[in-house]
Design a protein around this ligand. Sequence first.
Ligand code: ADP
Ligand code: MG
Length: 380
Amino acid sequence: MNAPHTLPAPPKPGSPEAIADATSFVRFERVRKSYDGIHFVVEDLNLAVRKGEFLTMLGPSGSGKTTSLMMLGGFEEPTFGHIFLGDEPVERLAPEKRNIGFVFQSYALFPHMTVAENVAFPLRYRGIKGTAAADKVAKALGMVHLGHLAARKPCQMSGGQQQRVALARALVFDPTLVLMDEPLGALDKQLREHMQVEIKQLQRMLGITMVYVTHDQSEALTMSDRIAVFNDGRVQQLAAPEMLYEQPANSFVAGFIGENNLMPATVDATEGGIATLTMGDGSRLQAPNPAGVAVGAKARLAIRPERFFIQVGDARGPLNILRGPITDMFYLGDHVRLSVAVGGDKPVVARIPVSQRRPFARGETVTLGCAVTDCRLLEG
Ligand code: ADP
Ligand code: MG
């Protein structure tokens, strides 16, 4: 598959791609990685991270995120391809010369050291001592609001506090790049959401380049400037959060980011960028066709649950209408979640705001409307 992010050939000097590369700070070029010499867990990774950017590698477990991060950090070697940090291929740089900070899911603090000693560790390693070191430790602990706990041991702290110490340790030596691999995975939901905002604010304030790994799409949407969506060792799409949500490049991205109804469809005609589709039950619908899916091709029509509304009376504007009995319904405070059997292989899910709610009943037939422009046609 040729995802839009791939850079198949080196860009021409002066081209937009070359300029993007010139401002990029980290670059993966045609990187492939195999642990066993047979199977590639990272396939043809081409990715440029801009200076000061918060870039997230998002994908399901086993999709190659950690391996990609480890190659950037210098803990794994690419089987093929190159990674650049600034203009330098990292292969020539020892990990400690890369000036990279790390935060992992397991806090990896030294249990016998105090918080301050843990944070000072990267400085000692770099030959920074005395008051210069003490000042940097105090500043880093201040940034994560732990100045008052400098003398504690890690075992005397909560998980959230320990992860803050790990964060301070990653920032203390003024790294130009920080890598984080599922750093909030062990925290409960409320603390996780709080830390997401805090990390994002620190990154913005310090102007550091961040490459962040998570399998949690809402975390990625909250924190990132851009997200690289991984599946099966390949980047499926690289885009800003809103773009990923509104214009997913394929069915995987459409289904992985947020919720989507992905309905099998056949393309009958396509004119002026709008395709006419036959659905599984024989009904006809329309959708914009930006990817240019060909007539006759098997396709999927993607419609977000929140884009449906209950249609009453005559349709106005270019609308798709789906009709069927309610098979399931859940009241969720701000919306009602309906499953409606519209005739395809599975019911569509619609989120109807409570303000639109009338008393629904299971088995009742409803008419769902959806603006044609809120639908999206995808290959496959
Ligand atoms: P993710 O972080 O997206 O969950 P990983 O990069 O950890 O994915 O793993 C990608 C694939 O590589 C998985 O199939 C995993 O089992 C395999 N893998 C990861 N690390 C190693 C290793 N050190 N040796 C062998 N296989 C590995
Ligand atoms: Mg991982």
